[in-house]
Design a protein around this ligand. Structure first.
Ligand code: ZN
Ligand code: ZN
Length: 133
């Protein structure tokens, strides 16, 4: 068993932080990090660990066995919800007061504390929608 490497972890966190606007598939992460000398198994092991620590949100797309990760520990991501495009995988950070008003009225009405960094609304972004139409 390999020892847990803090250097690998740092490289992975840097990579994920620079892709915080996307949900990146595990296989693409492994492919991109190959150049940094991190093996596929190390990538998968670290992804699982980081998810457990609450730094990553895991998702999947309909009709696909791929697993996608989104870095949710970036800056103020804990204070807003996110929109995720099911076509291109782009993440939109909903930092507007209007969105926060909706979330806080949900909390008030239902006596529920919303985990904003994990909350995602799925749909299709403008760019992808205009391509289809
Ligand atoms: Zn965010
Ligand atoms: Zn899109």
């Amino acid at each position: 068993m390999q020892r847990y490497s803090t250097k690998q972890r740092k490289v992975m966190l840097d990579y994920l932080a620079s892709h915080k606007d996307e949900s990146v598939s595990a296989s693409r992460i492994a492919e991109d990090l190959k150049q940094s000398g991190i093996s596929k198994s190390a990538v998968y092991r670290n992804l699982a660990l980081l998810e457990k620590e609450g730094k990553l949100a895991k998702s999947s797309k309909e009709g696909s066995r791929c697993v996608y990760y989104r870095y949710k520990d970036a800056g103020d991501c804990r204070s807003h919800i996110h929109l995720s495009c099911q076509v291109c995988g782009k993440t939109y950070h909903m930092a507007s007061p209007a969105t926060e008003n909706i979330v806080s009225s949900v909390e008030k009405d239902s006596d529920f504390s919303v985990d904003r960094s994990s909350s995602v609304l799925y749909g299709i972004c403008g760019t992808c929608r205009h391509k289809v139409e």
